[in-house]
Each structure stands twice: as structure tokens, then as C-alpha cells.
Design a protein around this ligand. Structure first.
Ligand SMILES: O=C(O)COP(=O)(O)O
Ligand SMILES: [Mg+2]
Length: 316
């Protein structure tokens, strides 16, 4: 089975030439006038864990009232699109499932567009969201939350069995990762001929709760890279794989879109890779000093503290 990396160049980093501009009244107005759609990252932009960031509902309402299309693109794979729609609703935001693009959905769509055979199975290191999206796409998922309590046994004359029909391993954020899952995924990738290794994303850390950052999917992916000595196909940001779905769904032009995110190496690079305008918010994992550090080559077009600055700067 052949499958290609959806966007190999995206991992190398694309440096924007000019320095980021602080968002102000004048450029906020110009930005609003020059785009038809805003793509929002979620963790660190819309919410932190289960806590909404101040001013988000009013800002989204204002943008919608001006006829802007709003789309939500998250690398957090723990939920499916249906589960995300419920989360938005529980936070008082009315967002349709069709407006949400999660890396869990991207993993299932990657298999679909690459015609992954339906008789093959997918082993998952990750949360419920990946399994749900795989099922909705007609695939059989193994592992995930079901293997949360399993223990690998080191006993002589005892072979760790794995399913030879697993044709892909998907690795995402998994708070219940364990040695059993690592052995399972490793055997599939190393021993099942042609088995794909797909990563939902490689974020180093994220605001899984409102008060602090936690290890992201990058560390789960790194564990499997370590044991298999293979590099994964990454379907989440900064790969533009999800962008293709988004553009198919909504009739949008990338140069008239603005990606709003809190990470440089995923969100801002994703926006730049696709040819969108980019706005970094400092309400998540990136600090002003990281942005300004001479070693940082990823410069957004604009930056500001938080999403609701758009509202206040426009005097709405
Ligand atoms: O939680 C993560 O790993 C990243 O999620 P985000 O893309 O919504 O910021
Ligand atoms: Mg984020």
C-alpha cells in the first residue's frame, strides 16, 4: 500500500520575511476588510482546557455579524467532531460540526483518501475521538481507551500477540499511554508489511487544563519514532491536509483567510503553508519572548494578546 506524506515540506519550516506587526486599530480594520474567513485554533485561543478565554463569544458573534465565515481547526485529537460540537455548545458557543476540523477527523480522512482497505484494521494510541472518527469513516479501530488498563507482561516463553491485519497505526494525544500500547503499535509498524504510521500532530505541549501546560501528542509520537526508527505521516497542522477538506467544503480563497493560533510551529506555519494571513495570540503557549527570539524564524503577519482584542480594537 502506498501513501504519501500530505505535506512533507511543511515540517521543514517556512520563514516569513518580515517581522510580526502588533495588532492595532488601523491594521485590525484592514485585516477584517481583507478576509472572508477566520480559521481559529482552539486550545489556547478559544479555550484553555474546559475554560473559555475571556471575550471569545462576543468576538465570534461580531465576526459572524459581519458575514465572516468561521472555521475551527484543532490538533487536539482526543475528541471527534461531534464531541467538539458538544463542547462548543456546553461553553455557550453555537458552532456546527461542519465548521470543525480536528486532527482525529484528519487521520480518518487521510486513510479514506489513500483508499485504506476496509478489511484492514487501525491500531490507535490516543483518545476516544480518533476511534469515533475512524468508525464514522467505516474503519475498524483497535486499542485507544480500551487498552488503557492493559499491562505488558515480561515472561519467558510468552509471546505478545498482535493482530496481523493492522495496516495503520494512528498516534495522538493519549493521557493513558502505557507500555502495552507502545509494544502493540511497535509490533504492527515493524512486523506488518506496509503498515502506515500516522501522527495526528506533534505539538510539544498544550493547555489541557486552564492553569498549566501538559505534554502534547509530540511526546507520544516521539516514543513510537524511538521504538520503530520511523518518521510518521503528520495529518494535523502544520500539514495543509485539513486545508484541502476545508476548501472543498466552503468556497474560500486562502489569500482571503486568516489563521488565528497560539503556536508558531503548527498554527502559524499551517496558515503560511496554505497562503493565509496569520495572527498569533499570546493567550496560549507562545510568549512574546519566544516570538521575538532571534532563533525563531516563524513570524506571523500580526500578533496580539487575545482574540477579543479584535473586538476592542475595532471599537465594536
Ligand atoms: O491540544 C493540542 O495538542 C493542540 O490543540 P490546538 O491545535 O487546538 O491548540
Ligand atoms: Mg493551540
Amino acid at each position: 500500500m502506498e501513501a504519501t506524506n500530505p505535506n512533507p515540506s511543511s515540517m521543514s519550516g517556512v520563514a516569513a520575511a518580515s517581522a510580526a506587526e502588533l495588532l492595532c486599530c488601523a491594521n485590525a480594520r484592514a485585516l477584517l476588510d481583507s478576509v472572508d474567513a477566520f480559521l481559529f485554533d482552539c486550545d489556547g485561543v478559544i479555550w484553555k482546557g474546559d475554560k473559555l478565554i475571556d471575550g471569545v463569544p462576543q468576538t465570534l458573534d461580531m465576526l459572524r455579524s459581519k458575514g465572516k465565515k468561521l472555521v475551527f481547526v484543532t490538533n487536539n485529537s482526543t475528541k471527534s467532531r461531534i464531541q467538539y460540537a458538544n463542547k462548543f455548545q456546553s461553553l455557550g458557543l453555537s458552532v456546527n460540526q461542519d465548521e470543525i476540523f480536528s486532527s482525529s477527523f484528519a487521520a480518518a480522512m487521510y486513510l479514506k483518501v489513500n483508499q485504506f482497505p476496509s478489511h484492514k484494521k487501525v491500531y490507535v494510541i490516543g483518545g476516544e475521538g480518533i476511534g469515533q472518527e475512524l468508525q464514522l469513516a467505516g474503519f475498524t479501530a483497535l486499542g485507544g481507551p480500551e487498552d488503557a488498563e492493559k499491562r505488558a507482561q515480561w515472561k519467558s516463553n510468552c509471546l505478545f500477540e498482535h493482530d496481523k491485519d493492522v495496516g495503520a497505526v494512528v498516534v495522538g494525544l493519549d493521557p493513558d499511554i502505557n507500555y502495552y500500547k507502545l509494544q502493540y503499535a511497535t509490533l504492527c509498524i515493524r512486523e506488518n508489511p506496509g503498515c502506515l504510521f500516522i501522527a495526528t500532530n506533534r505539538d510539544s505541549v498544550g493547555h489541557m487544563t486552564d492553569l498549566q501546560e501538559w505534554p502534547g501528542a509530540g511526546c507520544m509520537v516521539a516514543a513510537v519514532c524511538g521504538s520503530t526508527e520511523q518518521e510518521p505521516i503528520v495529518v494535523g497542522k502544520p500539514s495543509t491536509f485539513m486545508m484541502d477538506f476545508l476548501l472543498q467544503k466552503f468556497n474560500l480563497t486562502t489569500s482571503r483567510m486568516c489563521m488565528v493560533g497560539d503556536r508558531l510551529d503548527t498554527d502559524i506555519l499551517f496558515g503560511q503553508n496554505a497562503g493565509c494571513k496569520t495572527l498569533l495570540v499570546l493567550s496560549g503557549v507562545t510568549t512574546q519572548s519566544t516570538l521575538d527570539d532571534p532563533s525563531n524564524s516563524i513570524k506571523p503577519d500580526y500578533y496580539t494578546d487575545k482574540v477579543s482584542d479584535i473586538l476592542s480594537l475595532l471599537g465594536e
